[in-house]
Design a protein around this ligand. Structure first.
Ligand SMILES: [Zn+2]
Length: 494
């Protein structure tokens, strides 16, 4: 038997990343690397109302809710409307890392609105229009409160166009002890937005429950490349600069929106079922494809057997420097140059099902994302090296958790949102479920779960109910022990 599965190479992968920081085979480490040369700005600016247009004299109601009630992030999200599409037109000065942008949001009102909110932090707004007309707005901390002339009628589609500029401020990721968001390195710029950084670079309904499609139009000076989620549909030559137009036609939670700028080379290959795999490597790699990326197509086939068909029509990775981990941005995972291991490739790939397509309904349910991605790593170990190797891996992590301390992963709190327990114990929940119901039933649970919740959101309760329904078993004891109790249960035999 092996002791704690500490791959020494993975010690390099610190907990800095919101994602594969605590990769299943890595040790928890307090060494956090920060990817940035930028200076932090306090997270919340003072509520200093800025108004344009005529003074508001009308009644304040009806107003969209200023929160979607996330227990950990009450600032995030707003009610009263549903975003359909974001069109983000952005020009970036790579020297200063400042941007000049116009974001147009297309939304549908769920109710009649005299006012409604967007989430937006920092950056200076120069104009704001609703349906093409200047609209009154006030900035209240991380909120942009908008009162369009005449309001919006329930059921109507409307657009909000915000022009803004400046250098995005960073977010504090408490559970990793580092700052993320819009990051600048000597090699370029990239965004790590999970969980609450999207609102630092575009105005949004910044909560995972309001998914939308996206278009990005990113202008950068030559010879830089700009990448984002979805398909590169056009590259426009402007002389000294180029505009890269990316279009994502699958709906996405805002925290998964990405933008990467640097000197890159693109590589394409065909995955299973005609899925396009496109990877972006820094030109400094001289075209040398990381070996870890070569498992992508095989892992897609392997995970599809367990989970269901791959959710999107394309996928790939983009390598960035100074990031101590990886992030599962939809259709284009961000991979730190020191995180190029196949278990991390598998982890981010699994997130395309769990986290990206099937997204936790609140940040409290994060184990539905990280636990599932970690379980995929266990499956991959078994696939490559056999059942004993997987059991050794899990036992090692179980032992490590006993020394780290326990909490109920159904309620990790913001401070442990990306802590090792959410990952490892989250993976063990599914390992224990597998031991109880068997492989075939577990696959049926996953496939049905994916079929029902793809392109949507899910709660822990919904997963438990479905697992009980499919298995025909009362799983109360199992989930109570693994999810809701503080004490760490023993691993199942075998
Ligand atoms: Zn993850």
């Amino acid at each position: 038997m092996r002791r704690l599965a500490l791959a020494t190479s993975l010690l390099l992968v610190s907990a800095a990343c919101s994602d594969a920081g605590p990769a299943a085979t890595s040790a928890p480490t307090a060494t956090a690397t920060t990817a940035t040369t930028t200076t932090a700005i306090p997270a919340t600016t003072a509520a200093e109302p800025t108004t344009t247009g005529p003074d508001s004299t009308g009644p304040p109601e009806p107003a969209g809710a200023q929160s979607l009630g996330d227990p950990y992030f009450p600032d995030l999200g707003n009610g009263g409307y549903d975003v359909i599409h974001y069109d983000i037109e952005i020009t970036v000065d790579p020297e200063s890392a400042a941007l000049d942008a116009v974001t147009t949001i297309t939304a549908v009102a769920d109710e009649t609105l005299a006012t409604f909110n967007l989430d937006f932090v920092g950056l200076e707004v120069s104009s704001l229009m609703v349906d093409g007309s200047d609209a009154e707005y006030v900035r209240q901390g991380p909120e942009l409160r908008i009162s369009p002339d005449g309001g919006i009628v329930a059921g109507e589609e409307f657009t909000v166009t915000v022009a803004y500029s400046g250098r995005p401020q960073l977010i504090n990721l408490i559970s990793a002890g580092v700052q993320f968001g819009w990051l600048q390195t000597p090699e370029g710029i990239y965004v790590v937005a999970e969980p609450d950084g999207a609102r630092t670079w575009f105005p949004s309904n910044d909560h995972p429950t309001d998914k939308a499609t996206f278009t990005f139009r990113i202008t950068v000076p030559k010879p830089l490349t700009a990448a984002a989620n979805g398909a590169l549909v056009e590259t426009i030559d402007n002389g000294d600069s180029q505009t890269f137009v990316w279009d994502l036609d699958s709906r996405m939670a805002t925290f998964l929106a990405t933008l990467v700028i640097g000197e890159y080379e693109r590589f394409e290959s065909e995955g299973p079922e005609g899925i396009l795999i496109r990877d972006y490597l820094p030109t400094s790699f001289n075209g040398k494809m990381p070996a870890a990326f070569e498992v992508t197509a095989e892992a897609m086939v392997f995970l599809a057997e367990w989970f269901g068909p791959f959710p999107f029509d394309r996928y790939g990775h983009i390598v960035v420097y100074e990031l101590g981990g990886a992030l599962e941005n939809q259709t284009l995972s961000l991979m730190g140059s020191r995180a190029l291991f196949d278990e991390i490739v598998v982890h981010e790939l699994a997130h395309q099902w769990w986290g990206d397509s099937v997204t936790p309904a609140s940040w409290q349910d994060i184990w539905l994302s990280e636990g599932f991605a970690t379980f995929a790593e266990f499956l991959w170990t078994e696939h490559l090296r056999g059942e004993d190797a997987m059991n050794d891996q899990i036992e090692g992590l179980h032992g490590a958790l006993q020394s780290i301390g326990h909490f109920a992963i159904s309620d990790p709190r913001e401070s442990q949102l990306f802590g090792p327990a959410v990952y490892w114990r989250g993976g063990m929940v599914l390992h224990a479920l597998r031991a109880q119901v068997g492989d075939e039933v577990l696959k049926e649970i996953f496939h049905t779960y994916f079929e029902i919740y793809a392109d949507g959101n899910v709660t822990t309760r919904e997963f438990i109910d479905l697992a009980e329904e499919i298995s025909g078993q009362d799983l109360t004891e199992l989930f109570d022990a693994w999810l809701f109790a503080v004490a760490l249960p023993d691993l199942p035999d075998g």
